[in-house]
Design a protein around this ligand. Structure first.
Ligand code: ADP
Length: 227
């Protein structure tokens, strides 16, 4: 019971920490608009409102992802399984992210075997969007990303590789932990929950997720799913 209490406190502390920054910036900019609204220019007002909108979106994402993770943590199996085309799903995910990678001038390549997979399509889409979204987020302008799907006799292997900033050796073991981010100064770009959600989804599928990365050279995330 002592252990459970400690874990609960840890979780609440972590959560409170995540909530504090966006809440104080929403509060700060809203108060500024209230107190100095009359003397602010249109452009300034717009900037403050944009910050309020994006920070509140971040809070909603945090709540949504936390709820999803706690649901997945207590779940033992994937209930809603149906056969579908995995290569088509991967292509759709890259299209969903295309605005972000074209804006950064990223070269996005795909090499996909045709493959049917039986699983929960929504959850699997979440997994691929997390991995591809991270690749786009952590790859600078002009870099490249490749997604490959190999259809093997007893498994399907998906690799999402990028030429981005890479991950230091000492961080590699921790990136799948809840709320872990290698660089807190970039915490505005995410919440540190994506990879823990991804890992849990792969576990529920009976598969494995692994990462190879070198700082400054890029990262490669591999998901192996049993057929
Ligand atoms: P976040 O919301 O911060 O992206 P994730 O759980 O998805 O959270 O990832 C955890 C951390 O792992 C990130 O903060 C980042 O430091 C690192 N990371 C994940 N994917 C990549 C990648 N493709 N390249 C470099 N670093 C990555």
């Amino acid at each position: 019971l002592g252990g459970v209490e400690l874990m609960k406190n840890d979780f609440i502390n972590g959560y409170a920490h995540e909530l504090r920054t966006p809440i104080s910036s929403i509060n700060g900019f809203a108060e500024m608009l209230l107190k100095q609204g009359a003397s602010l220019g249109e452009e300034e007002k717009r900037t403050y409102l944009e910050i309020i909108a994006s920070e509140s979106r971040r809070l909603a994402d945090l709540a949504g992802n936390s709820l999803l993770l706690s649901k997945l943590d207590s779940q033992k199996i994937i209930a809603d399984k149906k056969p579908y085309s995995l290569d088509e799903q991967l292509r759709r995910c890259s299209i969903l992210l295309s605005e972000q990678w074209t804006q950064k001038g990223i070269d996005f390549e795909m090499s996909l075997d045709a493959a049917q997979y039986t699983g929960d399509q929504d959850l699997m889409q979440h997994l691929w969007l997390n991995l591809m979204g991270n690749a786009v987020k952590y790859t600078p302008k002009g870099g490249s990303i490749s997604v490959t799907l190999k259809n093997e006799p007893s498994s399907l292997t998906v690799v999402v590789a990028d030429t981005g900033k890479g991950i230091a050796k000492e961080d590699l073991g921790k990136i799948f932990d809840k709320y872990y981010q290698t660089d807190k100064s970039h915490s505005k770009q995410g919440l540190g929950l994506g990879l823990s959600i991804s890992k849990r989804i792969v576990e529920l599928c009976g598969g494995e997720i692994s990462v190879k990365s070198a700082l400054g050279e890029g990262s490669s995330f591999k998901v192996v799913l049993p057929k």
